[in-house]
Write a protein that binds this ligand. Structure first.
Ligand SMILES: [Zn+2]
Length: 378
């Protein structure tokens, strides 16, 4: 009934009702681009429930969409770090796609995994203002290092355990979705020596990808991808671009990656669509750093053929002006020039390794000798 209604609306909208389009290709797709095989799968909102050290209860909501057929169980874990939130909207949209298009298996979507950190609006929930996890002497609340968690451990271990029990242990495949600082382009962090994981990395839609060997857990605690691999499943990590904000372009990258992975696993019909154009594999040999030749304020240039400033992910040509520095010594305008052609992976000064937590760390004042741009050649 649902599809018939939509078909009728479409015909009404386009003024084609009653013209007799039967047999033409237009009849197989309605106004929303859904094909006639679309259906409504069961979507459940469930909760991973943790009791904290002080006895308070935290319920982390998640979606589960079930096709009603056997198949892979694919998890999306977004926002293990509370300032890396763009995957939440990816989860919401992917849930809508799966409600209509999932044909095999189930998906488990956790948009706000580290709810304590999100509510404190920080990477981890115990951080001081302008402190990031790297500088925190007490790293005990980095959820990413807590899997499979501990129901009687610290509060983050308890959240992690609840998520494992309610979601992760049921899943054969997993996407661990994070966000870099906005100075860096979105990137897939893929595993090249573990087949079930490698194939997930191959179909994501970030322009940048870096490959590494599957890391081994150091002790009992591990990353969620390591946990999935230990249990025989496949996992990939993604870093969208930008923390503390939500951006349409990044959400689209995340969503198209999830759809491609589901198609690759046979959970949604059709083949993966690789929309990124040139794939850039980031290696040290292909990465070219541009160093500030003086101190002052860095101003990004307008991109070629664009009305707006260059951003990470943009292609630049050798010799192109990437921006300039207004010298704080003599007010000279000092151009910053691309030494090679390639894609911007890092763009803009990001100070002291702290620009995921501090506004001064994102300040456009650069020191002489500071790294301001990294271009990766194709
Ligand atoms: Zn992260």
């Amino acid at each position: 009934m649902y599809m018939k209604q939509n078909r009728r609306d479409f015909l009404k909208l386009t003024g084609l009702a009653g013209i007799g389009l039967a047999g033409t290709s237009i009849m197989s797709v309605n106004a929303f681009g859904r094909d006639n095989k679309s259906k409504h799968n069961q979507v459940v909102v469930d909760h991973a429930v943790a009791t904290l050290v002080d006895g308070k209860v935290v319920s982390i909501p998640f979606w589960r969409v079930d096709s009603g057929k056997d198949g892979p169980s694919l998890a999306l874990i977004a926002a293990q770090h509370g300032n890396e939130v763009q995957g939440a909207e990816v989860a919401r949209r992917f849930q809508e796609v799966c409600a209509r298009q999932l044909v095999n298996g189930s998906v488990w979507l956790v948009p706000m995994a580290n709810l304590l950190a999100i509510r404190s609006r920080k990477h981890s929930f115990n951080l001081e203002p302008e402190q990031n996890n790297r500088l925190n002497p007490d790293k005990l609340h980095n959820m990413q290092r807590h899997w499979p968690g501990d129901p009687v451990g610290n509060d983050t271990a308890r959240l992690t355990s609840a998520l494992d029990q309610s979601v992760v242990r049921h899943c054969s495949h997993l996407v661990d979705m994070h966000c870099w600082e906005h100075f860096f382009a979105a990137e897939t962090l893929a595993t090249n020596d573990h087949e079930p994981s490698r194939i997930l990395g191959e179909v994501t839609t970030t322009r940048f990808i870096s490959w590494s060997a599957a890391s081994q857990p150091q002790g009992e605690k591990m990353m969620v991808g390591q946990l999935i691999r230990k249990r025989g499943g496949g996992a990939v990590a993604m870093e969208l671009s930008g923390q503390f904000h939500m951006q349409e372009r990044q959400v689209q990258i995340g969503l198209s990656s999830m759809v491609n992975i589901a198609k690759h696993l046979g959970m949604i019909e059709g083949g993966p669509k690789l929309t990124r154009g040139s794939l850039v594999v980031r290696k040290s040999e292909t990465s070219h750093e541009v160093i500030a030749s003086c101190s002052g304020i860095f101003m990004p240039a307008v991109g070629k053929g664009k009305m707006t400033s260059l951003i990470p992910d943009d292609f630049v040509e050798e010799g192109q002006i990437l921006g300039h520095i207004i010298s704080d010594k003599d007010l000279a305008t000092v151009p910053v020039i691309a030494p090679v052609s390639g894609y911007l992976w890092k763009f803009g000064p990001c100070h002291w390794g702290l620009c995921d937590a501090s506004l001064p760390a994102q300040h456009p004042y650069t020191e002489e000798g500071e790294s301001i741009v990294i271009i990766v050649t194709v």
